[in-house]
Design a protein around this ligand. Sequence first.
Ligand code: PEP
Length: 266
Amino acid sequence: MTETDTAARLRWVIGNWKQNKLRFEARELADAVAAGLMNAIAANPSSVNVGIAPTFLSLDLAVRHAPPGGALWLFAQNVAAQESGAFTGEVGPTMLLDAGVNGAIIGHSERRGHFRETDHDVARKLQAALAAGVQTVLCIGEPLEIRESATHESYVISQLSTAFSNVSHEHINERLVIAYEPIWAIGTGKVATPTEASAMHRSIRAWMGERFGSTGAGRSILYGGSVKPANAAGLLAAGDIDGFLVGGASLDAASFLDIVRTAAGG
Ligand code: PEP
C-alpha cells in the first residue's frame, strides 16, 4: 500500500459525545443515529465504520439497543492502563469488552489538558488497550502556540513516539486507529485546512511506516477538530484523511449522519 492509497483503508466516523446527554437523551440520540445509519452508508456500506462514544453511564443503554450485526461501534471516552485493582474511579480494558463495548478513545486532548494525562500515561493506556484487544482510537495533536511556532510536526511525532514506546509489532493491526486533532480546532469552530490536515496525516503515516512497516503505514488516520457537514467533503478530498472523530456535530443525529454519508461517498 502506498502512503496515499486512501482507497485501500477503511474509513471511520466516530462521535465523541463528551460529558453530554442524560440517559434518556443518550438513548434518543443513539436510536436516531441507528435509525439513519443504513441509509447514510448506503452508497458504500463496507467502506466506513461508524461509532459513538457516550458517557460510561450511557454505554450500557447503547449496547442493549445497538442495531443488529455490530453496525454501530461503541466506544468509551477513556480507559484505564490497569486491568483491575485499587484504582478508584477507573474502568479497565477487559471490563469494556465484558460490557459489550468495542473500544476506547485514548489520549483525547481534553483528558490531557483537564486531567493532566501525560504522554507516558497515554502510552500505558495504549499498550494495555491494544494488548486486551480493544478497538483503540489514539488521539494526538498540538496546541495553538506550537502550531504558531511551526514546531507542530515534531511535537506530534514526539507524542506518537512516546505513545508507541511499549507497543510491539504484533499489536499493530486493524484494532488501531489514530486521530489527529489539533487542539486549536477542537470545539472552536476553527477547522484545519485540508492542506494542513493532510500534511500532518502524511507525516504521521510516514512515522508509523518507519516504526511498524507497511502494517503501521496502513492504519486509518482520522481528523478531528470542528468537523461539520459543510467541511467534511473538502477534508476527505485532500487525501490521507480516513474519516473523522467528531465532537459537537455528533450531538445532533442529522449532522452526524450527514458527515457519515459524506464519508461513505453518498
Ligand atoms: C473532539 O472532541 O474530539 C472534537 C473533535 O470536537 P469538535 O468536533 O467539537 O471540535
